[in-house]
Design a protein around this ligand. Structure first.
Ligand code: ADP
Length: 402
């Protein structure tokens, strides 16, 4: 069709590059892939098109080489996604941190690049590879509209009483220390999809969206706007996660440093060795922890209890800040697939109006489904997230749907 546009969605990490080729406005994924071990001796690209797998293994010295391989894979004669790279009409980039500069996605120009560069200070791990992805795409695919989609943007509607910490104001003014929130593209996507599925309008709908993956966050959404979210200045705050501690008493950090750990060691422990992994001693992966718990492993059982208890506590607090809650939404690898975790979280929330249909919930994996009783005051839903699709929608809306 003449109005069809093909969008390349890029998610550039420090040593990986995820991509998805999506046709708009039909929202059809034509094929996707992942490049890993960029900069290592042996890199790998794996692409999946209509169930067919295609793999390239060779040294991938940098992100430029990675994108060159992506272009090669996308246009491969036998296993490709498009015949010619000129069929790609626009590019969307996941960018982790937009600071307080961007409350929505933007067409990339020099000013946007400068703003993303300025955010490196508060997102030193994430923004540099995101920027490299943008620059390499501009170099290898010049002339195409490119859009930046920020993880933080959706949460820019939070009021000061939600985003300011109780620390000297000067720290906010001098160092921009505040709650930014992350996973915004996912929360925004599932919120919009939930409205579509429930045939509801944002103006009279409040919801709580739980993105429970390896990273996990929860957001209170009032009339379509994020009014609070569990992640903060960094993605370490809030819920307990696969390897991240979530919120702890900040005094613990000073105490451990007094005991001889460096700041870097403490942060590494809280980011990479805590959460489900740290408490269970088994794995950061929910499936492994669930298997161990079923086998009678007490530490694994406790790790699950703590994981779900904390989510429940957040849900309760978000009920308190929203006038009313219409929908409670589960997404992310655990939220979509882990029906046992969903049940554990929702048990005991009956007095808040959450009447889950445990039979309907059982076994539901990655499927848009209502898992509450029809008479439940709060509708409970499973809505698989699709951040890549949301990015493609944003590119289409900004570059082509004027
Ligand atoms: P990421 O944050 O890395 O994108 P995902 O959203 O893919 O992570 O979620 C990964 C988590 O989802 C892992 O903890 C994994 O165990 C969990 N998960 C995947 N499938 C299931 C399942 N069937 N039951 C329970 N948990 C699951």
């Amino acid at each position: 069709m003449e109005n069809d546009k093909i969008i390349l969605v890029l998610n550039c990490g420090s040593s990986s590059l995820k991509y998805d080729v999506i046709k708009m406005p039909s929202r059809e994924s034509l094929g996707k892939g992942l490049v890993e071990r960029i900069g290592n001796e042996k890199g790998v690209l794996e692409q999946k098109v209509k169930g067919q797998k295609y793999k390239i293994e060779e040294r991938i010295e940098d992100h430029k080489k990675a994108l060159e391989l992506v272009i090669k894979a996308i246009t491969d004669k036998d296993n490709g996604i498009v015949k010619n790279i000129s069929e790609i009409n626009g590019i969307g980039h996941r960018v982790v941190h937009g600071g307080d500069k961007y409350a929505s996605s933007v067409l990339i120009d020099d000013t946007v690049i400068k703003a993303i560069e300025e955010c490196i200070e508060i997102a030193p791990l994430h923004n540099p590879p995101n920027l490299i992805g943008i620059k390499v795409a501009q170099e290898l695919m010049p002339g195409l509209p490119q859009v930046a989609v920020f993880d933080t943007a959706f949460h820019q509607t939070m009021p000061p009483h939600a985003f300011l910490y109780g620390i000297p104001r000067k720290m906010y003014e001098d160092y921009k220390i505040r709650r930014y929130g992350f996973h915004g593209t996912s929360h925004r996507y599932v919120a919009a999809r939930t409205l579509e599925l429930c045939k509801r309008d944002a103006s009279n709908t409040n919801m709580i969206t739980c993105h429970l993956g390896n990273g996990a966050s929860i957001t209170a959404i009032e009339k379509g706007k994020s009014i609070d979210t569990s992640m903060g200045f960094t993605p370490l705050e809030g819920l307990m996660m696969g390897t991240r501690s979530g919120s702890i008493d900040p005094a613990i950090i000073g105490y451990l440093m007094d005991k001889g750990m460096s700041a870097q060691e403490v942060m590494n422990t809280l980011n990479k060795k805590s959460g489900l992994l740290g408490l269970s001693g088994i794995s950061n992966d929910m499936r492994d922890v669930e298997v161990a718990a079923l086998d009678g492993n007490k530490d694994a059982q406790e790790a699950l209890d703590i994981f779900t208890y904390r989510i429940k506590r957040y849900i309760g607090s978000y009920f308190a800040i929203l006038d009313k809650v219409d929908v409670l939404v589960f997404t992310g690898g655990i939220g979509e697939n882990g029906w046992e975790a969903r049940e554990k979280i929702c048990r005991g929330l009956e007095n808040l109006g959450v009447l889950m249909n445990y039979e309907a919930n059982k076994g539901i994996r990655s499927k848009e489904t209502i898992v509450s009783h029809p008479y439940s005051p709060v509708t409970v839903m499973v809505v698989p997230t699709n951040e890549e699709l949301q990015i493609a929608i944003d590119v289409f809306d900004l570059a082509f749907a004027a």
